[in-house]
Design a protein around this ligand. Structure first.
Ligand code: DOR
Length: 442
């Protein structure tokens, strides 16, 4: 099957230019192909931009075990609509993905249920080092250094030292200090005010845990990725360690701050908590400066019914995969960043951080995971229009300019302008960790 996408403004690693892209089966086979080339299908993309599919390296799709909140089918449709062609999913499903067997069960599930490409982290526990050592077919090891949704937690120093010393896969972590959070919970024991969530999971909790994890990574010279950075102060810890330590930020930590609790209540309750307007600005600056390399969503749906319980019974987390790219395209339209930067943060950098083979770029030989975006399209996010099973968005009512309109996964169209091509199937993402230093030598 050959597809020619012609007249698009194509974002390649070296330049952005109006040209054509030819795909054959799952691969990009030519850029600037002659427009007369024989193809089974020709797409005239005049006026639109073609970018690599987004790779979201932090999602919670809840299958198995929590499928009343979300499942692979709904979530991967949401991805296709949002321009996300690959996801890396977290281990706090039920049962937790903390053994090789469980990891393989999740891969098998996704192989029949996901419309887009998939990969799954293996979770760390205080005593599963041998599983972490044996695991393959995974981007890496996820540690909850502070607890969040579910019961995964590794907080004792000896256990953390062991994981960093005795495993080789890249490690990533949820960094909020458990001791600090527990002490703050005591102090706010009687609260029903969701704004106290940011006083309980405060700046200090994030800073202590991130500093601790970076110290482990440096002493053990172990590749480490900091998930969902929420404070400006943390970004000062990354500085000159980009070869060893990478970091990411989520749209909610870029665009929401504590004053939004009054408007949005528990819809903006998540872990780490939202912080101040100054933190939003510092996080944005860290992206622009390169101290943070990746944008991911931490898509973590709960039902609206669950979210509407009074704090602290309300669970933490929000859905985001179908709006993350549009939120950033809107920033491009507002002049706050370029489309090339968005491609770097959401497509290219995650591929290199996780040693993903042949993804994240529009280049000959790379996988044909492609997204056509219309930078002029204006659309309002509405709860009722959401594909996520939880059917709500914290951005409900917001109008954004710049939207994905068509998505291909491994050369197959999975979404076009409101229509899903549901019979299609994503592929297992390939990781080449042996290539080590991929991030350093792209
Ligand atoms: O708010 C969050 N929700 N943060 C996490 O780290 C986990 C997630 C979830 O799984 O609900």
């Amino acid at each position: 099957m050959k597809t020619l996408i012609k007249n698009a403004t194509v974002v390649t690693p070296s330049e952005t230019l109006v040209t054509s892209v030819l795909t054959e089966n799952s691969k990009i086979v030519a850029i600037d192909a002659a427009v007369q080339v024989a193809a089974d299908e020709v797409v005239d993309a005049k006026g639109k931009h073609l970018i690599p599919g987004v790779i979201d390296d932090q999602v919670h799709f809840r299958e198995p075990g929590l499928t009343h909140k979300e499942d692979l089918r709904h979530a991967s449709r949401a991805c296709a609509k949002g321009g996300v062609t690959s996801f890396l999913e977290m281990p706090n499903t039920i049962p937790n993905a903390v053994t090789v067997e469980r990891l393989h069960e999740k891969l098998a599930l996704a192989s029949t249920r996901s419309l887009v490409n998939y990969g799954f982290y293996i979770g760390a526990t205080p005593d599963n080092v041998s599983e972490l050592q044996q695991a393959q077919r995974t981007p890496g090891i996820k540690i909850f250094i502070g607890s969040s949704t579910g019961d995964l937690l590794v907080d004792e120093q000896a256990a953390l030292e062991r994981i960093f010393a005795e495993t080789t896969l890249p490690i990533t972590a949820h960094c909020e200090d458990e001791t600090t959070v527990r002490a703050n919970k005591q102090e706010f024991a009687d609260t029903q005010d969701v704004a106290d969530h940011s006083r309980i999971r405060n700046h200090e909790a994030a800073m202590i845990a991130t500093r601790r994890a970076i110290d482990l990574a440096k002493r053990h010279q172990h590749r480490f990725h900091v998930l969902h950075v929420s404070t400006g102060a943390e970004t000062e810890l990354f500085g000159d360690h980009a070869d060893l330590i990478t970091a990411e930020v989520c749209p909610h930590h870029l665009f929401f701050h504590v004053e939004d609790y009054a408007r949005l209540g528990t819809r903006v309750q998540m872990n780490p908590s939202i912080k101040t307007r100054a933190d939003n600005e510092q996080l944005w600056q860290a992206l622009l400066d390169g101290a943070i390399q990746v944008i991911a969503t931490d898509h973590a749906p709960h039902t609206l019914e669950e979210k509407q319980q009074a704090y602290p019974a309300s669970p933490s987390g929000l859905p985001a995969v179908e709006n993350s790219l549009a939120l950033l395209l809107n920033q491009v339209n507002q002049g706050h960043c370029t489309l090339e930067q968005v491609v770097s943060w959401m497509c290219d950098a995650p591929a290199r951080v996780w040693d993903i083979v042949d993804k994240g770029r529009i280049e000959v030989g790379y996988d044909a995971d492609l997204v056509l975006v219309d930078l002029e399209r204006e659309q309002t996010i509405r709860d009722a229009d959401q594909e996520t099973k939880s059917k709500w968005s914290p951005w409900d009512g917001e109008t954004l300019r710049g939207w994905p309109v068509e998505t291909w996964v491994m050369g197959q169209r999975v979404y076009r302008d409101g229509t899903f091509f549901d019979a299609r199937q994503g592929s297992e993402i390939q990781f080449d960790h042996a290539r080590g230093g991929y991030w350093r030598n792209p």
